[in-house]
Design a protein around this ligand. Structure first.
Ligand SMILES: Cc1ncc(COP(=O)(O)O)c(C=O)c1O
Length: 459
């Protein structure tokens, strides 16, 4: 079932006599608080048994009422279930919920964060196009940009200092069709100001795509700061338990695809003279999300399993509670590490010692997430000693798990980077990235203290 925003769906109740009675089900929770909406927003009625938790619809395809409905669904004249590659009722709940929490007009769920980023960009860019990204983004996304998109003839340039307007102006070309950034990059926790970057993008008629994985809409909502599209690796904090990969793309619904001198033909052009373009059919509000759902995601096929969609939804319901605890633990640990005699430096924007402190206070009240880094003496050998002496922290990639995780970026996430690029990104051989989980703070401190003691003993 597909409903327009504000529409109320029908649910079915059993009367005393056992006959079904249709009752209205609320799924539109606009105007309610964040915590209420993370639990209720987007839910669909389950008329069969009245299950309170959205069932896992493990069905590849959906039955049509009759010949005409089948035709209309394929023709796109009628909205609704067809095939799970582009719409599944379990995943739809997570889609509606994240759209609400981020303040977008719609969203689409896919199989991973990487699929969310590649799908979003494939909705904007064609071979021969160019885009810009800030340089400190997640290493895997840089590999996607340089290797995979490069192979398709889509070129990227990196902006090293997002505060430097001249650098942006030098790099923007007539063929530049997107700007990409992250709210809280990792491992360095070197936050960006979305409003400042959005201003540059919009001055040039370019949409801004923001990866909000590490911050989540609980800490910041990029669309409120001017972003046009938000992407997530919901594998991380949104899902929250490290149990299933997923990705989300949220359409801000505000970018005017026809009013810019740049050509967004995928959205504005008719594929056949008699078939209206996505912009003509769905307007500025929904053109991008519908293009992804019916074309980019449907054609490339990075579909999300409804089982993982269910896990994502379960995670979303406790987002605010977990994020508060993640950030409380992270801030306490960052402050403790900052004072530790063995630690050379700590990269956490919320710390008073950080060059980003003022921005962190303004945008996040100093609560810049729970993924950050610190540097131990002794380079790679110092890092090896620290990592090998951890007991509570897991030696693991991934972030945003309930568990605390630690990794040495130089020998893992940034291993394929040249030494020069690593150095320019501040990836010292002795850098340790933490994703701080929900465990007892004292246990995390004791664990790190013991491992730092081992590092000191080797000096
Ligand atoms: C900020 C960020 N974006 C995107 C991704 C990619 O997500 P996934 O692993 O779900 O493909 C990651 C993964 O670590 C990430 O940290």
């Amino acid at each position: 079932m597909s409903l327009a925003p504000g529409e109320q769906a029908a649910g079915i109740d059993e009367t005393a006599a056992g006959a079904p009675r249709v009752i209205p089900a609320r799924y539109d929770w606009r105007g309610f608080g964040f915590e209420t909406r993370q639990i209720h927003s987007g839910e669909l009625p389950e008329p069969g048994h009245g299950s309170r938790v959205t069932p896992i619809h493990l069905s590849n395809a959906f039955r049509f009422d009759d010949f005409q409905q089948t035709w209309d669904r394929f023709a796109g004249v009628e909205d609704g279930q067809l095939y799970s590659r582009h719409l599944n009722p379990t995943n739809q709940v997570a889609e509606r919920r994240i759209a609400d929490l981020e303040g977008g007009t719609g969203a689409i769920a896919v199989g991973s964060g990487t699929a969310a980023i590649s799908s979003a960009l494939l909705g904007l860019l064609e071979s021969g196009d160019h885009f810009l990204s800030t340089a400190s983004i997640y290493s895997g996304t840089q590999v996607l940009f340089d290797r995979a998109l490069g192979r398709l003839g889509i070129e990227v340039d990196y902006v090293w200092d997002w505060r430097d307007r001249d650098e942006w102006e030098r790099l923007i070309r007539p063929s530049t069709k997107a700007i990409f950034t992250e709210t809280i990059p990792n491992p360095k926790n070197d936050i960006t100001d979305i409003a400042a970057i959005a201003e540059i993008a919009h001055d040039h008629g370019i949409p801004l795509v923001v990866d909000n994985t590490v911050a989540t809409p609980y800490l910041i909502r990029p669309i409120e700061h001017g972003a046009d599209i938000v992407v997530h690796s919901s594998t991380k904090f949104l899902g929250g338990h490290g149990a299933g990969l997923s990705g989300l793309i949220v359409d801000g619904g505000r970018f005017d695809w026809a009013a810019t001198s740049r050509h967004y033909g995928l959205l504005t052009d008719r594929q056949k003279p008699e078939v209206p373009s996505f912009l003509e059919r769905f307007g500025t509000e929904h053109a991008f999300e519908r293009y992804l759902r019916l074309t980019a995601v449907n054609d490339f096929g990075p579909a999300l399993s409804s089982f993982n969609g269910f896990l994502l939804q379960q995670g979303l319901e406790t987002l605010s509670v977990r994020m508060d605890r993640h950030v409380d633990n992270a801030r306490a640990l960052a402050g403790w590490l900052d004072e530790h005699p063995v630690v050379r430096s700590v990269d956490y924007a919320g710390l008073p010692s950080s060059p980003d402190h003022a921005l962190a206070e303004r945008l996040y009240g100093g609560r810049t997430g729970s993924v950050f880094a610190f540097t131990v003496p002794g380079g790679l050998e110092g890092a090896r000693t620290l990592i090998d002496n951890l007991q509570v922290f897991s030696r693991m990639t991934n972030i945003g798990d309930t568990r605390s995780l630690a990794i040495n970026p130089a020998t893992t996430t940034h291993l394929s980077f040249s030494p020069e690029r690593r150095e320019r990104l501040g990836i010292d051989p002795g850098l340790i990235r933490l994703s701080v989980g929900l465990e007892t703070l004292d246990d995390l401190i004791t664990d790190l203290d013991g491992a730092l003691g081992a590092v000191a003993a080797r000096l």
